[in-house]
Design a protein around this ligand. Structure first.
Ligand code: NI
Ligand code: MN
Length: 222
């Protein structure tokens, strides 16, 4: 059974036996980090954009483990130039890897690299579908994504200031219709302080989608 592990901020791991990937591995300098970069073992690193709180320890983990970076073309190229394996994709594209298919979704946010674009990921991982929205504003094409994909777990930012806040994230859940929601990208710093309990109550009351609050280090069986 695949497992989802939360490592703090927007960093998650998906694991199924020896198969593992990490998303947005910001661990060094992350006050919420539940692991250090040298503890991570995986075959793939998915990077939503090149802001420090997402690209984080990507290059050092990739160099040590030989993991392949999966990201937009600009971020993949940046990582490739640092000497690591990278698979470039772009918005709207899908590709099949050994663990399953990755769809790159738009994210309304800066890329952190000139000419780039931030993204999110809809990841089919050993039969389960996880949508990590990346850092994004609310956008109504989430309705379309919810129709195209049967999402088991949606990972949505609720921190506000840089991304959706709790009320916009609740609307995102309503559009995506996932089986379960996990809030992310909050309480790392005072500027994104939020109550996940208030978000949970609102989403469950208004939209009848269960919300699972994960503490850094928590694991969820999918
Ligand atoms: Ni960002
Ligand atoms: Mn961020």
């Amino acid at each position: 059974m695949p497992e989802l592990k939360f490592l703090g901020h927007a960093c998650f791991m998906l694991k199924e036996g020896p198969s593992a990937l990490i998303i947005d591995p910001f661990l060094t300098g992350n006050p919420q980090a539940a692991a250090t970069a040298d503890q991570i073992d995986c075959q793939y690193i998915l990077v939503s954009h090149a802001h420090d709180d997402h690209i984080g320890d990507t290059v050092s983990i990739a160099k040590r483990t030989g993991a392949t970076v999966i990201s937009t073309a600009e971020v993949a190229r940046f990582c490739g130039e640092k000497g690591v394996q990278a698979h470039g994709m772009h918005l709207g594209g899908k590709h099949k890897f050994d663990f399953g298919v990755v769809r790159i979704t738009p994210a309304f946010h800066g890329s952190g690299l000139p000419g780039g674009h931030a993204c999110g990921f809809i990841i089919q991982f050993h039969g389960k579908t996880v949508y990590h929205t990346g850092d994004t504003a609310l956008f109504s094409d989430m309705t379309l994504l919810g129709r195209l994909e049967s999402i088991d777990v949606a990972l949505v930012p609720i921190g506000d200031n840089y991304t959706m806040g709790p009320s916009d994230a609740a609307e995102a859940v309503h559009m995506l219709q996932p089986k379960l929601v996990v809030p992310m990208h909050y309480n790392t710093w005072p500027v994104i302080a939020q109550s996940p309990e208030v978000f949970k109550q609102d989403v469950e009351n208004r939209f009848k989608v269960p919300v699972h609050i994960m503490k850094p280090g928590d694991t969820l069986a999918l």
